[in-house]
Design a protein around this ligand. Structure first.
Ligand SMILES: NC(=O)c1ccc[n+]([C@@H]2O[C@H](COP(=O)([O-])OP(=O)(O)OC[C@H]3O[C@@H](n4cnc5c(N)ncnc54)[C@H](O)[C@@H]3O)[C@@H](O)[C@H]2O)c1
Length: 282
């Protein structure tokens, strides 16, 4: 598929840009003409991402950036302005799965870490990017949440993770209202299952290396009620970050867009009619 260059002349910072969805977004944005600053803690994969972009003629740079450290987030925004002259786009995407445990088995430190990265990390990215994007005359920001932060999914022992994602949804919508006068749109992407390095803890087959995500079989959207939660190539979700940060989404602001291939409605919601009629859920 060929695309017009949707981000020609734009400069973007992508947190968690070394792997999975962040990497797919970095590569896609570069393909669409953006200069990309990859912000991550995985230096090797960060370097690989930059190399992959440069190999295809794009412009990218990497900075070690722990989103749990305010000064490092501030520094990556500064680097974008110093290197490329401005910042137009922030993709606040870095996230960790955190512990897969029952409520009573999660301790304070585990809880704080997941909130520090998944929620406060996005808040810091928004906070330090906003003045730079304002200086550029406006732009956009997106966060990465999760479908489980939109619909509460029981039984996955991820109460902390889903709480950070629900909080991200609300925060993203809220800051859209605060930043609208500055011509900064703020939206959220809530993915379903993606084949990335985070999914090892979900028991989902994962990419051996973020540098070479496994080719996924071509698949159709599933019929209502069919089993197995769908897992996608992160590129399919990166395309939503692209849309939301492009002028195509000029009238979209403060929204949480679920991209899960219909997984929630076709897998989870399908059980409700069966439950109501007392039929087997198998
Ligand atoms: N994979 C899924 O099924 C899925 C589903 C819903 C939402 N998400 C969300 O998508 C986002 C991207 O995750 P992914 O699936 O691509 O996983 P991934 O592990 O492949 O990529 C996440 C990246 O974030 C980086 N990172 C982790 N902690 C960091 C920190 N403190 N500072 C900076 N970078 C940090 C990692 O090094 C990694 O490169 C996350 O917010 C995740 O919660 C993933």
């Amino acid at each position: 598929m060929t695309h017009a260059h949707l981000l020609e002349g734009r400069v973007a910072v992508i947190t968690g840009g070394a792997s999975g969805l962040g990497r797919a977004t970095a590569e896609l944005f570069a393909e669409h003409g953006a200069k990309v600053v990859v912000a991550d803690v995985h230096d090797q994969r960060g370097a690989e991402t930059v190399q992959a972009i440069e190999k295809r003629g794009g412009g990218a740079t990497y900075l070690h950036t722990n989103v749990a450290v305010a000064d490092e987030v501030r520094a990556v925004v500064q680097m974008a302005e110093d290197t490329y002259g401005k910042l137009d786009i922030m993709v606040a995407n870095a996230g960790i799965a955190g512990p897969q445990k029952h409520l009573e088995d999660v301790d304070d430190d585990e809880m704080r870490l997941v909130f520090d990265v998944n929620f406060l990390g996005i808040w810091r990215a928004f906070k330090y990017a906003a003045p730079a994007i304002r200086r550029a005359g406006g732009g956009s920001m997106t966060s990465t949440s999760a479908v489980s932060g939109v619909y509460t999914m029981g039984g996955i022992k991820r109460g902390v993770y889903t709480a950070t994602k629900r909080a991200t949804n609300v925060m993203t919508s809220y800051f859209a209202t605060e930043l609208a006068p500055d011509r900064i749109r703020v939206n959220c992407v809530a993915p379903g299952g993606m084949s990335t390095n985070i999914t090892e803890n979900y028991g989902i087959p994962q990419a051996a290396s973020a540098a070479a995500p496994p080719p996924l079989p071509t698949r159709k959207l599933r019929e209502f009620g069919t089993a197995n939660y769908p897992i996608c190539d992160p590129l399919e979700v990166a395309q939503v970050h692209l849309f939301l940060n492009s002028d195509l989404a000029s009238f979209v602001n403060g929204e949480v867009i679920v991209a899960d291939g219909g997984g929630f409605s076709t897998t989870v919601a399908a059980f409700f009619p069966q439950a109501l009629t007392g039929e087997s859920q198998q």
